[in-house]
Each structure stands twice: as C-alpha cells, then as structure tokens.
Design a protein around this ligand. Structure first.
Ligand code: CUA
Length: 421
C-alpha cells in the first residue's frame, strides 16, 4: 500500500472514530439532567435555539457519514493490493508514478456544488428566522429590566422595576438572577472590565458583555427551576469560576422575593457576635461590599477618582456622579452587594453552595430560615479567597486574602452575614 493510500485510510478511520466519539460524548453529557445543556431548553428562547440546532445536527451527521462512507468505499473499490489486480509496474503506484489521469466530471462537480449550496441556503434561512425571533421581546416599556454587569469574576444584577435603566436601580444583587416564570425579562448586558459572555443555556443563547457597550438580551423560563450558567468568554485567571444561576419563581413568590430585596439591612443588636462581626466587616470588607443601610457609599463615580471601567454606569458618571451617589447607595463596588446574601443559594461567583444540600430539599424563599449554612466553604472563602479562586496578580481583581482575621473574627463575620436575609 502506498504512503498516500495509508494516509487516506488513517484519516478516514480517524474521522469516523472522532465522529462516533462526539456522538457518544454528546449522548452522555447532554442529558436532561445536565445543567449546562442547550439541548434540553426550559425557556421559549432556549427552545427556539434547540429546535434549530437539532435538525441541523442530524443533517450534518448524515452528510458526515455519507462523505466518510464514500471515502472508505472508494478506497476499497480502487485499492491496489497486488500485481494481479493491475496497477503500476510493481503492482502498486510509487509516489512519482501515476495511474491513468482523468480530468473533469461535470455531473459530479455540479452535484457537489449544488447540494451543499442548497443545504447551506436552507440552514441560513432557518437560522435568520431564529435570530430575529430571539430579538422579539414580549415586554412593554415599563416592564422590569435587569442590567447585567460582568465583572472579574462574578455577575452583578441591577433590578430596574420600572424598566428605566437611566435611573438608579431599585436593588442590586449578585450571581443569582431571579426572574418570574413565564415572563420575558429584558436584560441590559454590560461589563465593568473585560469581555465576558452571559450564558444560561437552558433559557437562551450567549450574549457578550463588552466594556463600553450595552447589549440587549432577554431571558424567559417556562417552568420554575434553577438553571446553571457560565461565563463563556475567556476573561482572565478565574474565568472558569465565573458561574451564575438563574432562578425562576412563580409570580407570587417572585413578588415576595422582590419585596424583600428592596429592604435595607439593619444593624445587629449590640453585644452579639453579629455586632462584633459587623465591626470587622465594616473595616475589612465594606470598602468593596455594599450592604444597603449599613455601609457608607464610597465615591467611585466621579471623574477624578474613577478606577478603570467605572464609566459603565454611563449617565451617572461625570456631572451627575455626585447626585447619583447622594441619592443612592445601591450600586455595588468592586464586589457583590451582600444586603440579602442569605437569600441566595450560592456564593463566590456561584462556585459554592451557600447551604448544604439545599438545591433539592429546600424552597428558594425558605433558604435563609430552613437550610443549613455551608459554614466550611464560607469561612475558608472569607479567610483566603485567592486560594480557592485565583485573583488578579496586582490585587485589583478578585477577593483578597484576609490573613489578619482570627478564627474568632471569621466566626463573628459569619454571624453578621447570617443576619443578611
Ligand atoms: Cu467572565 Cu469569562
């Protein structure tokens, strides 16, 4: 067998094996239970995407096996095994020796031009229809809009209940995007630093969060549930740890959740561990973490002392910065707003569960009261976050280690955090 033929056989075999491997992996990984599956949508936008890619995948699979089958069949049909089957003077062709040369087969060439063209044309029509459908938001101008801000390495959500993103948000939360079931929730996706990409695969496709830009997107869930997501644009050291969760609640529960989020925190009773924890928190944590009603806003909005990236708050920078900060303390700084930390099921960019085994057993609104705190991970995180989630080398991104905190300090901080319901 000549080298060329051997290569061809290897290549075809590898392609067939690779194709089979891809099919097997997909069938194992992308089941209904898998949290990051595009193929088991729960929202109408996710469904539109799945209904597009499923048939395309089948057609592509058929093409793959037809082409690979043809390659193998041709190899078999025209193989040169020995001198009795013809071939060159040695019974096979040397590299510098060629069989009878044939040029041109119009029917064949027209066929392999027209068939793929027609296939791609059909696919592009359906793709465009879906792309336009994804932009079709069933929300009116005064419906709730959530501004999503990608930051290294977590997600901030600013809820504008009246739909007006030019005024300060009604409340700010992090990592867990809570939405009412059955409602199109428009998103206004931004970035504070580098390019991230927002992706909750069961609810919709990906949308980039780009510094200096504002991207419209929409999310909708047809059933209550908890849907995992992941930043899908490489954004630095802890890109892989930049996860998020969307929680879809029945409308009544959503209203209950929303009304609670709007409330401010109150100071813990004097003499308690929580009060001692608040002392530590206010010195060590409050310059980045906002707790509405307790922390004092740090002016990061003005031109003069604006760290890179703060112009994402657009209208509120420059001339209006002072006004904005005077009337509103809600915009989190360089870290998640913790006002209602205990109502969330995850922390640290959704890489840890805040409660033990909460996902299956406890209703979302009951977490703070009924679930058992994941104290181990929370304390380890407070003590030395970079050990668990690498931070930027210059210390300007990611939660820094708090080496100065004693075990007692950490206990107290956890006691304080536990009051943030
Ligand atoms: Cu943010 Cu990757």
């Amino acid at each position: 067998m000549s080298k060329r033929l051997k290569g061809l056989v290897w290549l075809s075999s590898l392609l067939v094996i690779a194709g089979a491997a891809v099919l097997i992996v997909i069938s194992i990984v992308v089941t209904d239970e898998h949290p990051l599956s595009t193929l088991s949508p729960v929202g109408r936008h996710g469904r539109e995407i799945a209904d597009l890619i499923n048939p395309i995948f089948i057609v592509a699979g058929v093409v793959f096996f037809l082409v690979q089958g043809a390659v193998l069949a041709l190899w078999w049909r025209y193989r040169v095994a020995g001198s009795d089957t013809g071939g060159g003077e040695h019974g096979y062709y040397e590299d510098d020796e060629f069989p009878e040369q044939v040029h041109g087969n119009n029917r064949l060439e027209i066929a392999w031009t027209l068939i793929p063209t027609a296939l791609l044309a059909v696919i592009s029509v359906f793709t465009l229809v879906v792309l336009f459908a994804l932009d079709d938001v069933e929300a009116s101008d005064d419906d709730m809009v959530v501004t999503v801000i990608g930051q290294q390495w977590w997600w901030e959500y600013q809820y504008h209940l009246d739909g007006d993103t030019t005024t300060p948000p009604d409340f700010v939360t992090a990592n867990e995007l809570v939405i009412p079931v059955g409602v199109d929730v428009p998103l206004d996706i931004k970035s504070r630093d580098v390019i991230h990409s927002f992706w909750i695969p069961k609810l919709n496709g990906k949308k980039d969060a780009v510094p200096g830009r504002s991207h419209d997107w929409v999310i909708q869930a047809e059933e209550p549930g908890r849907f995992r997501g992941q930043c899908t644009e490489f954004c630095g050291l802890s890109h892989g740890y930049m996860k998020m969760v969307a929680i879809a609640l029945p409308p009544g529960e959503f209203t209950q959740w929303r009304d609670n989020q709007i409330t401010a925190a109150s100071a813990p009773a004097e003499g308690t561990a929580a009060a001692a924890g608040w002392e530590v928190f206010s010195q060590q944590c409050a310059s980045c973490h906002v707790v509405n009603g307790l922390t004092t806003p740090v002016n990061r909005g003005g031109e003069s002392d604006t760290p890179d990236g703060w112009d994402i708050y657009g209208e509120f920078n420059g001339a209006n910065a002072g006004t904005y900060l005077a009337v509103d303390t809600l915009v989190a700084g360089a870290a998640p707003n913790l006002t209602h930390l205990m109502t969330r099921s995850t922390f640290a960019g959704s890489i840890y569960d805040l409660y033990l085994g909460a996902g299956e057993h406890v209703e979302y609104l009951e977490l703070a009261e009924a679930a058992t705190l994941n104290r181990g991970d929370l304390e380890a995180w407070i003590a030395n976050a970079p050990e668990r989630k690498p931070a930027d080398a210059n210390g300007l991104r990611g939660m820094p280690a708090r080496a100065g905190l004693s075990p007692e300090d950490i206990d107290n901080v956890v006691a304080f955090l536990s009051t943030l319901k």
